[in-house]
Ligand binder design. Sequence first.
Ligand code: HAM
Length: 434
Amino acid sequence: MALKHQAPRGTRDLLPGEIERWQWAEARARDVLEHYGYREIRTPIFEEVELFARTSGEASEVVQKEMYRFTDLGERELALRPEGTASVCRAYLQHGMASLGRIHRLWYLGPMFRYGRPQKGRYRQFWQVGAEIIGTPAPGADVEMIALFVDLFDAWGFKDLTVAINSLGMPETRARYAEKLRAWLAPAREQLSADSRQRLEVNPLRVLDTKDPDELKLLGGEGGLGPLPHLIDLLDAESREHFDAVRAGLTALGIAHEIDHGLVRGLDYYTRTAFEVHDRSLGAQSALGGGGRYDGLIEALGGPPTPGVGFSIGLDRVLLMVEEKGFAPEPPAGGIYIVAMEGTRLVAPMLARALRQVYTVDYDLEGRGVNAQMKAAGKGGARAVMLLGDDEWQRGEVVLKELKTGAQQTVPLDGIVEALDRMLMGTTSEMEIP
Ligand code: HAM
């Protein structure tokens, strides 16, 4: 029977069993971000359409084809956020954060929305963790960003990543490069897909984003076009100096990186540094994360010229790899299951409530027999059972049984915590049992 309701195409439910890996990955990320001294920021999930159109670029794929737009009951033109950077910059301006300090280091984690064709690693609702440094044009900020980017991957178990890096220069340089690219691609126009031919007219840099294997060959220099022109050859002196300083900073930190002349990023707000990391085993949607500098973005929102640099990482893709490669540790072993008898049925909830201050505790809600309770304890993955036998309870005792070893001991009520700690944690907690 077909179900009447399913999660909308391109969205997923994260169920127990999978969610533990997400929680682990999120906790690792928070840990790294906090050690770097970044502060969390949470912005709305929807914003004015105009915010994204102005920053990501009217002609960008994200704005043209992928935005979830809607008009609310007050006739406002809104969009589910396709990315986080524009919102962070809007919040920075709206709350006058410049007056609170010159440099702000911020991070965020949450769902983003893009209407694309769902496939492995591409969803319509996906999660990003991202970080931004607002307020400094210094190449040192780009270096710190890339170090943080790499250290997040490291914390999830990805070792030996190579960061792809490029410089997109300033808008004038990009315009000159676009012309150069157009001229370079002109002889191969007929071999390009309809999409790429259109991009050639509107924004030739976007042709470099192609996933088409034949087009990739052309871009790789096959088919008589000769080598792809390099944007960094056109950089102004200051941008060149910036790029060299970023690379030197990365080398000093021992961060493996390679220049990728085809790296142009999918959003239009970038200036100078751009970077990404890919895992090709993911298939066509191989970017695990990316970012770069956006020195004109805040000004485009009507603020004073304010430089920024940041990145976001796609958690769905990261989690796909984490699962495939077995990076996540086993979830912590289970807790205690309280097994009650006829005369102690009312004691179980009371004892569970007290013990839940420290331990993970479960018990039977339905008044079932001892055998059913023991079965439930094993099925639920409990490490120990606390048996509230009628006679023992009368004497002020309970029976503790470790399920793995079968080891069993009778413990006086005031010795429960100590015995459980020894059994479960090898330490002693301080708490009072009423
Ligand atoms: P982005 O490259 O568009 O950059 O997205 C960053 C990452 O989000 C991608 O590398 C990918 O892992 C993930 N991602 C994007 N779209 C999807 C999707 N449909 N399904 C699953 N994962 C996806 C940004 O969003 C910029 N805000 C990054 C940035 C921050 N630049 C400066 N600061």
